[in-house]
Design a protein around this ligand. Structure first.
Ligand code: NDP
Length: 263
């Protein structure tokens, strides 16, 4: 299927690793120009070089900053406009989860987590809204988590924030229509840096990577029996961000190997 991304411009936040990087690659494979950001300048520079070598310098633009820095996000949008002449799709992916129970989460932690989850969406959406409206296929594809509907006791704060973000995205799907479609993916467990870090900190340092991941999939009762791959999440994001999803807005797509327990 032709997704219709040829010569479109896609912006991916958190594009230097995991799901974001897989999304960047998939968009480039489909002929889009891509602008990506992340905080860590060294890794971003390395990724930019690899992508520019593979797909051509002219099609990739990378900038290092935090999506929580509103001025930096606004400056990025101006740079993207200058570089590519506009933006057709925005993938809001940057972020990370917080592992803590209610008892473990201080008020300052709550503020930090709510800021991360909400403003990692709000800043880029505000910065790119005008360009997305001008596109004939403006779309936002947001990364969210099953935690929005299925909270976990060890991720109380992240779960609550995810639920709020899902609610926000639904409102935006109405307010930004018909110019911009707004959809989300709800992730279960996807093998990426976040899980690699937890694997490295495992209790039994003798346990192999395969065994640790298989045990995790069993513990979480994932019907497909394994964690997802970054590319599998990316394919869903790219579809929702592309003109191929032209009649889909306000939708959520689960990428979870069947682990959700809500309808
Ligand atoms: P990774 O850690 O592999 O990638 C996260 C990316 O986001 C990196 O490029 C990171 O770069 C960037 N990033 C993080 N914070 C910021 C920030 N404030 N500003 C700009 N860039 C930032 O993780 P994943 O690929 O797994 O995660 C992608 C998204 O999916 C995240 O939002 C995560 O919370 C969410 N998610 C993932 C799940 C999973 O199982 N993997 C489950 C549920 C949700 P840098 O650190 O250099 O800024």
């Amino acid at each position: 299927m032709d997704l219709g991304l040829e010569n479109k411009t896609v912006v991916v936040t958190g594009g230097s690793s995991g799901i974001g990087l897989a999304t960047v690659r998939a968009c480039l494979e489909d002929g889009a120009n891509v602008a990506l950001c992340a905080r860590g300048a060294d890794r971003l520079q390395e990724v930019h070089k690899t992508l520019a070598d593979a797909y051509g310098e002219a099609r990739v633009f990378a900038s290092a900053f935090s999506v929580l820095d509103k001025d930096a996000v606004d400056a990025f949008a101006i740079d993207v406009a200058e570089r590519f002449g506009g933006c057709d799709a925005l993938v809001t992916n940057a972020g990370q989860g917080r592992v803590s129970t209610f008892a473990d989460t201080s008020d300052a932690d709550w503020r930090e987590e709510l800021e991360l989850k909400f403003f990692s969406q709000l800043h880029p959406i505000r910065a790119f809204e005008a360009m997305l409206r001008k596109s004939d296929s403006g779309a936002i594809a947001a990364v969210n988590s099953l935690l929005a509907y299925q909270p976990e006791p060890h991720m109380v704060c992240t779960s609550a924030a995810r639920a709020g973000v899902q609610n926000l995205l639904k409102s935006l799907a109405t307010e930004l229509a018909p110019d911009i479609r707004v959809n989300s993916i709800l992730l279960g467990l996807v093998d990426s840096n976040q899980w690699q870090k937890r694997f490295e900190a495992r209790d039994d340092q003798e346990q192999s990577r395969d065994d640790w991941y298989a045990a995790l999939a069993r513990k979480k009762n994932i019907p497909l029996g394994r964690l997802g791959r970054a590319e599998e999440a990316a394919r869903a994001l790219v579809f929702l961000a592309s003109p191929a999803a032209s009649y889909i807005t306000g939708a959520r797509l689960e990428i979870s190997g069947g682990v959700s327990r809500f309808s």
